[in-house]
Design a binder for this molecule. Structure first.
Ligand code: CP
Length: 310
């Protein structure tokens, strides 16, 4: 079993090996024990400075990374684009170079443009963790999702996962597909044809437009939000019609004769992709995902900082 990642940055799941993912999970297991102790802090990143750069809105990812950094005793500086000099015309590269001049070791960045994290990794001398780049990848979300499936079902290999909703505009969908496939899960995407990218089968996934059939097939349903902010045109007639065809309510869930695990990366639009009685049901592991996010992000930070054993 490797004790170091094969990558210097976490830019996407695409660059990770299955061994890297196992290492992140095993490291997260240890950190999950730590964060359930009365004293939740360890000195692992005591001499490391992390900058959280968020050029796009976030609740879970930003707070989860920040808490993970605090639990590891890192020094932290936070940056939010809405209150920065970007509004005065400063470029991404100049912004980051100025932040690096303050001797930052790791940058955690969310950005609306696909490829922003890769771009930074090629131009600056710090470790980069991609916290979501446009419609491209959201690797820490996929890792915490797969980790939560492993925790709930005891395995990932052979588990059938349906990813339901706006596949086209979702970075969570792509990162989940790549991660789950690397770990041997079977993956199906389900949604309106207009929200499923052409040729997605080339990633080794099944495609289904009938929600009831997808639910009948899967062990786990990962329900995704409609990303209206990324849609440049209308992909379905109305939200009402979308809910009728692709929303999961308790009646539908109960009519499927199996105990499907329900997931959602958040933020949830209650009454659209899932109703409240599904989101808050015993079958939902949505808040377990959030809890696991801290342990997974502690593991990512620790390993990207090069603190794995030699
Ligand atoms: N799941 C997720 O990325 O949520 P936030 O946008 O709140 O970070």
């Amino acid at each position: 079993m490797a004790t170091q990642l094969s990558v210097n940055h976490l830019l996407g799941i695409k660059e990770l090996t299955p061994g890297d993912i196992e290492l992140i999970f095993n490291t997260a297991d240890n950190f999950k024990d730590v964060i359930n102790r009365p004293i939740k802090k360890v000195p692992s990143l005591r001499d490391t400075t992390v900058s959280n750069l968020f050029f796009e809105n976030s609740t879970r990812t930003r707070l989860s990374f920040e808490l993970a950094e605090k639990r590891l005793s890192a020094d932290i500086i936070n940056f939010s684009s809405s209150s920065s000099s970007l509004n005065k015309g400063e470029s991404l590269l100049d912004t980051v170079k100025n932040i690096l001049a303050m001797k930052v070791d790791i940058i955690v960045m969310r950005h609306p443009k696909p490829g922003a994290a890769v771009f930074l990794s090629k131009h600056i001398d710090a470790k980069i963790i991609n916290a979501g780049d446009g419609t491209h990848e959201h690797p820490s979300q996929a890792l915490l999702d797969a980790y939560s499936i492993r925790e709930k079902l005891g395995r990932i290999k052979g588990v059938k996962v349906a990813i339901v909703g706006d596949i086209m505009h979702s970075r969570v969908a792509l990162s989940n597909i790549l991660c789950l496939k690397k770990l041997g899960a079977e993956v199906m995407v389900c949604g309106p044809k207009t929200l499923i990218p052409k040729h997605i089968e080339s990633l080794g996934v099944k495609v289904e437009t009938d929600l009831r059939k997808a639910l009948g097939w899967c062990d786990v349903a990962n329900m995704l939000r409609i990303q209206l902010e990324r849609q440049d045109q209308q992909y379905f007639p109305s939200i009402r019609e979308y809910v009728m065809l692709y929303g999961v309510n308790k009646k539908l869930l109960d009519s499927i004769n199996k105990n499907i695990v329900v997931m959602h990366p958040g933020p949830i639009n209650r009454g659209v992709e899932v109703t409240s009685d599904v989101a808050d049901s015993k079958q939902s592991i949505i808040l377990d995902q959030v809890e696991n996010g801290v342990a997974i992000r502690m593991a990512i930070l620790y390993l990207i900082a090069g603190k794995g054993e030699n």
